[in-house]
Design a binder for this molecule. Structure first.
Ligand code: BG6
Length: 485
């Protein structure tokens, strides 16, 4: 199945921090892929902006390098690479000083009809100063868009300050806060499954759902990013944003329309309905060495660090739909596999006519984000053969790659999100109040951990995390799914 590509309007995308890691790994390769399928019209420009003094040819050379590394070889046809590089330009801009802003203004004025978007791929301390310059130098028009990405604050107070700073210069409808999980195909599919099928909605509540598990497990550690990660930890790095988004999309009420604010209103309501977390609803872990790969403490270079590289949570949503259904969240580094999934576990049938039903795990809908994006419905059937009425559980499996065919490849999250910025569609971006509400929920528990002064529980690198995370679900009679790719 080949997906339909609808071209966006011609645009100028200015990337601040264009020589940085995110630009190299994600932004430039994603723009290339969209250009390769003719979604970006000619006349569009990708304008790098950074402090380094460089000319256009030098930046083009830099922009070419990540393509070989991060774009599939079959797409790298020489004429496409040339076309892409022809659209690339550069202006040296001093984000915190005066240099380069007039030159950037002149460059953008060459194409006044292009959609203008500014991607701030820089440290959050620079969001305010850059937004201020864009507005005072008259570079940002009322139709321009500004794109920012986590960390969006370190806690509620800093997130509020950041939002206030951005809103001094840009309206909320111009601010695109990226959570790249929302750009993942299967995350969007969660909405499609829930709101485009009549099948699930009647069962999507605490009468029928026993519990929900959301797992985002990573096999990589923090080596290389230790300095950032150690100030953050799994709660700030993953739960406050990515897992919270998955929780919201799973639990939200159907919006009245598929419109950015209608969707985001419903998500905010979920966050606000979350019961405050108790310490006993959380398990923190930190990986220790297992084999030659080193421990968390070695990776961050601080033998006394109490930052968690794993967290498991039991959350309760206090509303009519979900009262009584626990939502378990867990995420961690150096776990046994890279696996992200949402598993909705249904209750057992109310009356048992087959003796083994109680021994089965029950129906479950598993939405796999990565790897092998797809959906599986676990159902009980009769074990084939003449040996009587024995039951087995089998997966009704829909792996998107095999169902949609080889051309149904999943685009990178950033491809979708950057095109949405140009289209002016904020549905898959976080609104300011949503980010603040998420901090409001996570802040007290982070504070409580610090006050308790306890160390995170050690777990072996390559395992499923601390054994206590199993006690968390086990005390409710539930069992985490295995972390296996
Ligand atoms: C980032 C976190 O936001 O998400 C990283 O800062 C994490 O620590 C990454 O590794 C995970 O993203 P993905 O898309 O690889 O699941």
């Amino acid at each position: 199945m080949v997906s339909t590509v609808i071209p966006v309007d011609p645009f100028d995308l200015v990337i601040f921090g264009a020589t940085g890691d995110l630009s190299r790994r994600k932004i430039l390769p994603s723009l290339f892929r969209r250009m390769a399928v003719h979604q970006t019209p000619s006349g569009s420009r990708i304008i790098g902006a950074a402090r380094s003094k460089m000319n256009r040819a030098e930046f083009r050379k830099l922009a070419r390098e990540p393509l070989a590394e991060f774009v599939e070889a079959k797409l790298l046809k020489p004429e496409l690479v040339e076309e892409f590089l022809n659209a690339v330009d550069y202006v040296a801009v001093d984000a915190a000083g005066d240099g380069g802003w007039a030159a950037l203004a002149r460059k953008l004025d060459e194409k006044p009809g292009n959609v203008r978007a500014f991607y701030l791929s820089v440290a959050p301390e620079l969001f305010g100063p850059i937004a201020g310059r864009l507005s005072s130098a008259g570079i940002a028009t009322p139709a321009s868009r500004i794109v920012v990405e986590k960390p969006l604050g370190h806690d509620l107070a800093s997130a509020r300050a950041l939002n206030a700073e951005l809103r001094k210069h840009f309206g909320e409808a111009q601010i695109y806060r990226i959570d790249h999980y929302l750009g993942k195909e299967t995350v969007q599919n969660l909405m499609a499954i829930r709101f485009a099928n009549a099948l699930f909605e009647p069962l999507w509540n605490s009468h029928y759902v026993e519990h929900v598990q959301i797992t985002v497990a990573e096999s990589i550690g923090v080596a290389g990013r230790g300095a950032y990660y150690d100030k953050s930890g799994a709660m700030r790095d993953m739960v406050q944003n990515h897992l919270m988004q998955l929780l919201c999309l799973t639990a939200m009420e159907p919006p009245s329309k598929f419109d950015p604010d209608a969707v985001r209103d419903e998500k905010v309501k979920v966050i606000r309905a979350l019961d405050p977390l108790k310490l006993s609803d959380t398990v923190r872990g930190q990986y220790r060495a297992n084999g030659k790969d080193g421990s968390y403490l070695e990776h961050v270079g601080d033998p006394a660090s109490r930052t968690e590289s794993f967290v498991a949570i039991r959350a309760h949503i206090a509303n009519w739909r979900w009262s009584g259904t626990p939502f378990y969240l867990r995420t961690g580094k150096k776990l046994s596999a890279r696996l992200s999934e949402i598993c909705v576990v249904f209750k057992h049938p109310p009356h048992t006519i087959f003796p083994q039903v109680d021994a089965l795990r029950g129906n479950a809908l598993i939405i796999r984000l990565q790897p092998n994006e797809g959906i599986t419905l676990r159902v009980a059937i009769k074990d084939p053969g003449p040996g009587g009425m024995r039951l087995v559980e089998v997966p009704l499996d829909m792996t998107f790659a095999s169902t949609l065919g080889p051309d149904g490849e999943m685009p990178e999250a950033y491809e979708r999100l950057i095109m949405d910025v140009i289209r002016g569609n904020q549905t898959l971006f976080m609104r300011g109040d949503e980010v603040e509400a998420a901090w409001e929920w996570t802040d007290p528990i982070i504070r409580a951990w610090t006050e308790a002064g306890s160390r995170p529980l050690p777990y072996d690198a390559g395992s499923a995390g601390p054994i206590d995370s199993y006690k968390l679900t086990g005390s409710d009679g539930h069992l985490w799914r295995e972390i296996a790719a």
